[in-house]
Design a protein around this ligand. Structure first.
Ligand code: OGA
Ligand code: NI
Length: 347
């Protein structure tokens, strides 16, 4: 079923089709975001985003590993974002998944409509904007979201890539657990990662004739525990760091990792999920693949008891089932960290 919007034609067009309309020189007002006057953007130069060498995190040398865990903890606390190098996922697999996504978006509008979901928890869901049925301003973005775990779904690809990425994510989460002073399998066990949700979200950002007026993906934090992202070497991602927007250009063949809202909850706010957004440009098609890794859908997430110390550090978030959080976040209008705010406890 096509999403409905009061001022949209019955069938919502993709941004791809809009961007390809002959002679398009300005964008429809529905895609115009208010200008952020003090939105100065910095490039990632002075203080650069941390890098995690995955081979050190998995090193048999205990000194090397504990140093990597320590650095991971620092990256989570300082930035909430880091690049992951030497992860062992083949470059050809990374490229293939980007190409498969490009091919999907090149299907006809009619063919793609066959993948429109009816519910935010449908395992395969094609769409445009973030949640076109409630968004007041539309994002310059088309997407395809596919659940990869606990059940694997795919329009046409084998699960090799997703399995490899999942192993990387699980290993990083083991390090995150340890860096918080918890048992290394705390997250895995408590949140039942054996049945954890893993989504593959392919984002398409077509060239935009007025990129300064549009937004690919407005400021948000991610649900779940850890997101791993790759892209087709075209920049656009910006991360909020110390109150400023910083453009991130990932090292080729690395993953860009960020911690999600559920690590913020589990760590009782020690590690914060970080606002990020995707801007668009007027030259190149940008494709990114974001892979959020979350708890099992029926797992209840709350601050780890060990990180909550009586009156000095009381639990700052309510316990909530991951599925309920996901439904709430995905069916609302995207608005910064407002979903996480709704489970925050005010003392
Ligand atoms: C996301 C996301 C950013 C990007 O899909 O959650 O933040 O660069 N994407 O596409
Ligand atoms: Ni995101």
């Amino acid at each position: 079923m096509a999403a409905t919007h009061p001022s949209l034609p019955h069938k919502l067009t993709s941004v791809k089709a809009l961007a390809e309309s002959p002679g398009l020189s300005s964008i429809p007002s529905l895609y115009t975001f208010p200008k952020h006057t003090n939105d100065e953007v910095f490039s990632d130069t002075e203080e650069s985003i941390p890098t995690l060498d995955f081979s050190l995190l998995t090193s048999p040398d205990t000194d090397e590993r504990s140093k990597a865990v320590q650095e991971l903890g620092k990256a989570c606390q300082d930035w909430g974002f880091f690049m992951v190098t030497n992860h062992g996922v083949r470059e050809s697999l990374m490229k293939a998944i980007i190409e498969a996504s490009r091919e999907f978006f090149e299907l006809t509008e009619e063919e793609k409509r066959g993948f429109e979901g009816k519910h935010v928890l449908d395992p395969i869901r094609y769409g445009t904007s973030f949640n076109a049925s409630v968004d007041k301003i539309l994002c310059w973005r088309d997407y395809l979201k596919i659940f990869q775990h606990p059940q694997f779904h795919s329009p046409n690809k084998p699960p090799v890539f997703s399995k490899k990425v999942r192993q990387v994510a699980k290993e990083i989460l083991r390090g995150v657990s340890e860096s918080l002073g918890l048992e290394d399998n705390y997250i895995d066990k408590t949140l039942n990662l054996e049945h954890g949700l893993q989504v593959l979200a392919a984002n398409l950002y077509p060239p935009c004739p007025q990129p300064e007026l549009a937004m690919g993906f407005p400021a948000h934090s991610d649900h779940g525990l850890l997101t791993l992202l790759i892209q087709n070497q075209i920049g656009g991602l910006q991360v909020q760091h110390h109150g400023k927007w910083v453009s991130i250009d990932p090292i080729p063949n690395s993953f860009l990792a960020n911690i999600g809202d559920h690590i913020e909850i589990l760590s009782n706010g020690k590690y914060k999920s970080v606002l990020h957004r995707a801007v668009v440009n007027n030259r190149d098609v940008r494709i990114s693949i974001a892979m959020p890794h979350g708890p099992a859908l029926d797992a209840v997430v709350s601050p780890a008891p060990k990180l909550v110390e009586g009156e000095r550090n009381p639990p700052a978030y309510r316990a909530m089932k991951y599925k309920d959080y996901l439904e709430l976040q995905q069916s609302s209008m995207l608005n910064g960290k407002s979903c996480l705010e709704s489970v925050r406890k005010y003392m």
